[in-house]
Design a protein around this ligand. Structure first.
Ligand code: PHE
Length: 452
């Protein structure tokens, strides 16, 4: 594809909201609260912060840098920037391609539940103060094969039609509208939650760490979340980096994205935990926290069904930007390497996810007993992507940058050829990427595979 006609983000703000749109997703509103709740609160938060600063942010910087340097999709980027005899690094791109499809297969089923919950919240169907009743409503939804599939397909049709519009007219245009909306809705919920009597208990849970609760398990979970949150390790941020503008200040932009993403997680925590504690519910409900505890929490407060509807609209809004970035990884590969039209590439990508998505969406019904390595398809896809492909991709990217690409090229790219005068910062990033990040990720990977 001709470089000058290659689509891309059109302004500083566009880059910021699109990249933030990828980072912000179910990870902030579904995963972050339930993991924080299940892992003891503030201690987990502290470790997650460290993991984000020491591993997540440096990787985010180098991934976007590689993409911008090559101006290409995740596979071609490594072909262009690896030394001629080391083209094998493009395997990182293909792993990302695979991970994107696998993540989409289960991410779209969770997003489907969220979309369904908007209507359930609005109609009062889940207006119950008993988490058990909310739980059985949730069970009814996920164990019904027809509704699970239809909601998933709706989500795919919606995100698929946006991705067909392109990078600037699709991804960027949607992010420009959704990101401000997301912050607005989130603030409304925070004010509601914080003004409930008894809210301070929830804040204490979230912000005063109990160091005894920081176990090796907690550290590993936090690092895994840092990866998933910042969409790193799978070529997603690399693909987005290829759409950054030439003069983009990458360290500044990525740092802003990291802080904004963290704020969304914290605000989600502030919207949820004070309310959970105020009504005496358990913060450690696990993955179903959002679908079982949340309806009960909201129903307990005045104006509950309005706030519950806002909550699920917010979650749906957050999931869209993340799904667009997942779709863009294969779509960019297919259009640039196989010269497919954007429409055709999008349809092929959606079609593949549709096939992979069926067993994932039916994991609470028809395929529940279809166990591979003891996991149903939903859990298997989550495990293969989050615990294997993302960390493996992350290590390989670190090794590539730290030991092949090298400091001089990184300095040139991250410093915009000396214009930013940030050599000290780049050197620090380089050390983190060369040693600290690959070692810590290796530990997570081996743990995830139950090797240690
Ligand atoms: N960062 C997204 C979230 O938090 C998930 C995601 C992972 C998106 C990997 C793209 C790539 O929900």
């Amino acid at each position: 594809m001709n470089q000058s006609t290659r689509d891309g983000f059109t302004s500083n703000f566009g880059v910021l909201v699109a990249t933030l749109g990828s980072a912000v997703g179910l990870g902030n509103i579904w995963k972050f609260p339930y993991l924080t709740g299940a892992n003891g609160g503030a201690g987990f938060l502290l470790v997650y912060l460290l993991a984000t600063l020491l591993v997540g942010l440096p990787l985010l910087m180098v991934e976007t840098t590689l993409g911008r340097a090559a101006r290409a999709n995740a596979v071609t980027t490594f072909e262009r920037i690896a030394p001629p005899n080391q083209r094998g690094w493009k395997i990182i791109g293909w792993m990302g391609f695979t991970a994107a499809l696998l993540i989409m297969a289960f991410y779209t089923s969770v997003a489907g539940w969220v979309f369904a919950y908007i209507f359930k919240a609005f109609s009062g169907e889940i207006a119950t103060t008993d988490p058990k009743i909310a739980g059985s409503a949730f069970g009814k939804l996920v164990s019904n094969p027809v509704s699970s599939l239809l909601w998933q397909w709706l989500v795919l049709a919606l995100t698929g039609s946006i991705i067909m519009l392109g990078v600037s007219k699709g991804i960027e245009a949607v992010a420009r509208k959704l990101m401000p909306l997301l912050f607005g809705l989130l603030l409304i919920l925070c004010v509601r939650s914080l003004t409930l009597p008894g809210a301070t208990e929830g804040l204490k849970f979230l912000f005063s760490p109990d160091f005894a609760k920081i176990t090796p398990e907690v550290i590993l979970t936090a690092l895994g979340l840092a990866f998933f949150k910042l969409s790193i390790g799978m070529g997603c941020m690399l693909t987005y980096g290829s759409y950054f503008r030439a003069e983009q200040n990458i360290p500044a932009t990525t740092t802003r994205v990291m802080f904004a993403d963290l704020s969304v997680s914290l605000l989600a925590g502030i919207a949820i935990f004070p309310a959970v504690f105020a009504f005496g519910f358990a913060p450690a409900a696990g993955p179903s926290l959002v679908f079982m505890t949340i309806p009960a929490v909201f129903t307990s407060m005045p104006g509950g069904s309005l706030f519950m509807t806002i909550f699920f609209v917010l979650t749906a809004v957050a999931s869209i930007g993340a799904m667009l970035s997942l779709l863009e990884v294969p779509v960019a590969v297919l259009t640039e390497r196989y010269k497919l039209s954007r429409k055709r590439a999008s349809l092929m990508t959606i079609g593949t996810i549709l096939l992979l998505g069926v067993p994932a969406a039916l994991s609470q019904s028809i395929t529940a007993e279809l166990k591979i390595f003891g996991m149903n398809p939903f859990d298997l896809f989550d495990f293969l992507s989050s615990n294997v492909l993302l960390p493996l991709g992350g290590i390989l990217i670190c090794l590539f940058v730290g030991w092949v690409y090298g400091l001089p090229q990184l300095e040139e790219q991250l410093g915009n050829r000396g214009k930013l005068g940030n050599e000290k910062l780049v050197q620090l990033v380089f050390v983190l990427v060369r040693f600290v990040a690959p070692l810590s990720i290796a530990i997570v990977l081996l743990h995830g595979l139950k090797i240690i």
